[in-house]
Design a protein around this ligand. Structure first.
Ligand SMILES: C[S@@+](CC[C@H](N)C(=O)[O-])C[C@H]1O[C@@H](n2cnc3c(N)ncnc32)[C@H](O)[C@@H]1O
Length: 489
């Protein structure tokens, strides 16, 4: 190891920064956030300093730095980029001030690491100056893994330190206790915003640990929206819980790209519809979740899109609530939103639509059951879920109630995935075009003049190429045999 990692306490101490540009500003900013009094030497500080000027702890000297300016300074950063940096380094060595000159390793007593700031939790990454870009890449990954509220969690845990010291006398029992707290239900309750619940849970786990009674671990369920297919559309929280879960219960709308992001050794339970087979009934899925959680497992219930939009997520957590099983819900990007974005069709637009209705064209027992008065309103977009098998009923229904036969319609098949296909037509021509295309779903139907904007705004190019209104090949590989444009089980 070439360097000793330490975190310096520079609160109230003098720090010198030279330079007027971005690097100098970032150094000054970091020192200010650590509580230092920063003396900046720059004849004309650039605009990067604008936001920092409000700080009383930033003292700007519009001149060059002199050796005597380093008196009592604990750290100096040279960021000018000319020979004055060398003079600063020489002066710093004389005055025994820790010096760092940007991009001059021979003039650095220390490295300025890339940091993930979850104050009071700070993660610092250094490659010993060999590859700052690699350090930045690693930092970016850590940013994803560490929820923004981890700092608050550290503070919360810190509030119980004395109590834990008092109750658990041995260092190893405290270590085990804190491990359980930071990886188990206490942390999850806290991160989900239930501070009282986390506090109660921590106290009861502490009592159990102090009495030496091994309490069975309390399971929990994460109801997570996996989005429409592109794994890049997962939220940070979804990804973190996917990495934490012991078992994943998933359905047919969750593609391999998403499933591959789940912890490798997590058990997988498929509850979607199999070809020519019956789906696992909803009540049974709820019971599976309850049973697994009661076994103390962290259960990931992974659903396509958003769990609360045509996903029956509400019913699943009702069963959990009834059994007092802790759960949290992570929203996902719903198909209407993901598909329309990837098809270049804004759902609202000042010149076209001031409202957007999400509806399903799959009523009970497969019979079309929609509120036509709502769907036929002018200046709105209608986004239809599970409508592929009912396209003809849908188009005929609109036309029979006086809708313009030229009203544009788009069907987006396998939206956001590498095999996304878009068929654009009108109410009058859509049925024939959909039939000719052979698409099998899952598919979103978007009805409204916003569809015309696709001509200008389409941006997502798939390997198979996008289809337009004259698409007719029908050569589409379905991602799940038997078709997927079905209602949720
Ligand atoms: C049972 S609903 C589930 C909706 C999901 N909860 C959501 O928020 O997107 C299934 C329907 O969502 C739509 N859908 C889901 N993923 C899709 C995708 N990648 N491309 C097109 N439509 C999709 C289709 O209309 C499909 O029939």
């Amino acid at each position: 190891m070439d360097h000793l990692p330490v975190f310096l306490d520079i609160k109230g101490k003098k720090v010198v920064v030279t330079g007027a540009g971005t690097i100098a500003a970032r150094r000054a900013e970091r020192a200010l956030s650590a509580g230092a009094i920063v003396h900046l030497f720059a004849s004309e500080p650039g605009s990067d300093f604008d936001a920092l000027k409000a700080s009383d702890s930033l003292i700007i000297h519009n001149r060059d730095c002199q050796p005597s300016d380093l008196e009592d300074a604990v750290v100096a950063w040279g960021c000018v980029g000319d020979k004055s940096d060398q003079a600063l380094a020489d002066a710093a060595r004389t005055s025994k001030t820790l010096i760092n000159v940007a991009d001059e390793p021979e003039n650095c007593d220390f490295i300025t690491p890339s940091i993930v700031d979850r104050d009071p939790l700070i993660v610092a990454v250094s490659t010993g100056g060999t590859s700052p870009i690699l350090a930045r890449t690693i930092r970016a990954r850590l940013e994803v893994m560490l929820p923004a509220t981890y700092g608050d969690l550290a503070r919360f845990a810190g509030g119980f330190r004395d109590k834990v010291m008092d109750k658990l006398k041995s260092g190893s029992s405290r270590l085990r206790f804190w491990e359980t707290v930071t990886t188990g239900p206490v942390a999850e309750l806290f991160l989900a915003g239930d501070i009282d619940g986390a506090s109660t849970q921590l106290k009861s786990e502490l009592e159990a640990a102090a009495s030496g009674k091994q309490r069975p671990r309390l399971g929990e369920v994460y109801l997570v929206g996996g989005g429409p297919g592109d794994p890049d559309l997962l939220t940070f929280r979804a990804l973190r819980l996917m990495q934490l879960a012991d078992v994943v219960v998933y359905d047919r709308l969750v593609g391999d790209g998403i499933l591959n992001m789940v912890r490798r050794d997590a058990e997988r339970i498929y509850v979607g519809k199999m070809p020519k087979n019956h789906a696992v009934p909803q009540e049974e899925i709820s019971q599976i979740l309850v049973r697994l959680a009661k076994q103390g497992k962290r259960v990931l219930r992974l659903k396509g899109g958003d769990p609360f939009i045509f996903g029956r997520g509400g019913e699943e957590i009702e069963a959990l609530a009834a059994e007092q099983i802790p759960f949290q819900v992570v929203p996902g990007i719903t198909a209407a939103s993901g598909c329309s974005s990837y098809a270049g069709i804004p759902l609202t637009h000042r010149d076209h639509a001031q409202a957007c209705v999400f509806t399903t064209a799959h009523g009970r027992d497969g019979v079309l059951d929609v509120d036509w008065d709502v769907l036929l309103r002018p200046n709105q977009t209608v986004a239809v879920y599970m409508g592929l098998s009912n396209t003809s009923h849908l188009c005929r229904g609109f036309l029979a109630r006086g809708a313009d036969p030229e009203l544009p319609v788009a069907v987006i098949d396998n939206g956001t995935r590498p095999n996304q296909k878009v068929v654009v037509a009108t109410l009058a021509t859509m049925c024939d075009k959909v039939e000719a295309s052979g698409i099998k779903g899952p598919a979103m139907i978007i009805i409204g003049t916003v569809v015309n904007l696709r001509d200008k705004l389409a941006w997502y190019n798939t390997k198979m190429g996008s289809m337009h209104s004259d698409y007719a090949s029908g050569e589409i590989k379905d991602w799940m045999p038997g078709g997927t444009d079905q209602p949720p089980t």
